[in-house]
Design a protein around this ligand. Structure first.
Ligand SMILES: NC(=O)c1ccc[n+]([C@@H]2O[C@H](COP(=O)([O-])OP(=O)(O)OC[C@H]3O[C@@H](n4cnc5c(N)ncnc54)[C@H](O)[C@@H]3O)[C@@H](O)[C@H]2O)c1
Length: 360
């Protein structure tokens, strides 16, 4: 009598390898970054976690060759050439919010899903904005330097200001912009203005007591201007010489989004001419900023700079690690992404057209 395996009809070869074939082996996850241990543990549990040995393109091109997933932070350029070296690549996970270093159209064209961690560091960045806003307002750079250099009595020459009751202009009223606005309104009684390119729900405006205005009006009326836009063609060098000419004299500019959104040379000029009372930034046009960067070390210009560390709080780091790991593992195991950057339906259609196995 024939037994079942022998009686089974020969399988018709399929042009698309079934997902099960890929699931049989442990997926390889290449990470360009370390992260909170809970995230690493989740990745290790679901696959073979490999740490990239360098961010050099030639090294990455080699190390991505058999990776199913790629995990990145702010460093590293994830372009079409790199993706072409990762023939098995199914998902790229961004530990963080801005994904401007990833060529998203190139990922979509190759059927690679990109996921990120929106909201994971909203509170951390918002608090960083207030640390900067208050620090510049109280002339911390000059006061701290004078103290270190033994010029104690200089304290009476550096006169700061309170932020209560002042006008805050928020450019980009998304997750972080809204949180900054709500804290400014409830905590400091600031008048909040914002500029954005999308419709904002009434409740979000009400939570921040915020009024929508045009960019020029915002620049002219705000004592503090804080930037919370993504880096793209519409925001690159948004705060250039022309914009700074429109800014209210004595304003403070704060950039925690992306360096290229401001023209750093124009900012330096505005500080030297005293058009700006102060400047604070967590981001630079080029990161890390080159040695001798003209804005670094200029306490005399009332500048606070941090090295892209606004999301470096225990809570933000834990949230980003857990969320990126969970989403990458989910996609590798065939679940729909929680926080996709590119359209999962479009990615699925491309994969089918290219004869790649479905994601889920
Ligand atoms: N320093 C850091 O460590 C750090 C951490 C998190 C986020 N970020 C940066 O902050 C940015 C904002 O983060 P988020 O979570 O609030 O993002 P988000 O997507 O929730 O908000 C961005 C807002 O900017 C608006 N916008 C886009 N283009 C605009 C334009 N031309 N003019 C005005 N508004 C425009 C969008 O409509 C949106 O409302 C991120 O894209 C990222 O680059 C930096």
């Amino acid at each position: 009598m024939l037994t079942w395996p022998l009686a089974r009809p020969r399988a018709v070869p399929s042009p698309t390898p079934p997902r099960e074939a890929f699931m049989a082996t442990r997926p390889i996850i290449l990470s360009l970054t370390s992260m909170a241990e809970s995230g690493l543990a989740r990745l290790r549990e679901a696959g073979e976690l490999r740490m990239a040995s360098s961010l050099e393109p030639s090294v990455l091109h080699r190390e991505i060759a058999d990776a199913d997933a790629l995990v990145i932070r702010t460093a590293g350029t994830i372009d079409a050439a790199l993706m072409d070296c990762g023939k098995k690549l199914r998902v790229i996970g961004r530990h963080g919010v801005g994904y401007d270093q990833v060529d998203i159209p190139a990922a979509t064209e190759r059927g690679i899903l990109v996921v990120y961690t929106p909201g994971a560091n909203t509170q951390g960045v918002a608090e960083h904005v207030f640390a900067m806003m208050i620090g510049v307002s109280k002339c911390f750079p000059g006061q701290m330097r004078a103290l270190v250099e033994g010029r104690y009595n200089e304290r009476t020459k550096l006169v700061g200001r309170d932020i209560a009751g002042k006008t805050l202009g928020i450019i980009g009223f998304g997750r972080i912009g809204k949180r900054v606005g709500a804290i400014a309104h409830a905590g400091f009684g600031m008048k909040v203005l914002y500029a954005d390119v999308i419709d904002i729900p009434r409740e979000a405006e009400e939570r921040a007591g915020a009024t929508r205005v045009g960019l020029d009006e915002l620049l002219a009326a705000s004592d503090y201007v804080t930037l919370h836009v993504p880096l793209d063609a519409s925001t690159r060098r948004m705060i250039d010489r022309e914009a700074l000419a429109k800014i209210k004299p004595g304003a403070v500019l704060i950039n925690t989004c992306r360096g290229p959104v401001t023209d750093e040379d124009a900012v330096l000029e505005a500080l030297e001419s005293k058009k700006l009372f102060g400047y604070a930034a967590d981001v630079f046009t080029v990161e890390p900023p080159p040695k001798g960067h003209p804005l670094i070390g200029r306490a005399d210009l009332n500048i606070i700079l941090t090295p892209h560390s606004a999301a470096q709080s225990t809570e933000s780091l834990r949230n980003m690690a857990n969320e990126v790991a969970e989403d990458v593992v989910g996609v590798l195991q065939g679940r729909p992404p929680v926080n996709p950057v590119n359209d999962p339906a479009e990615v699925a259609a491309v994969r089918a057209r290219l004869g790649k196995p479905p994601l889920g």
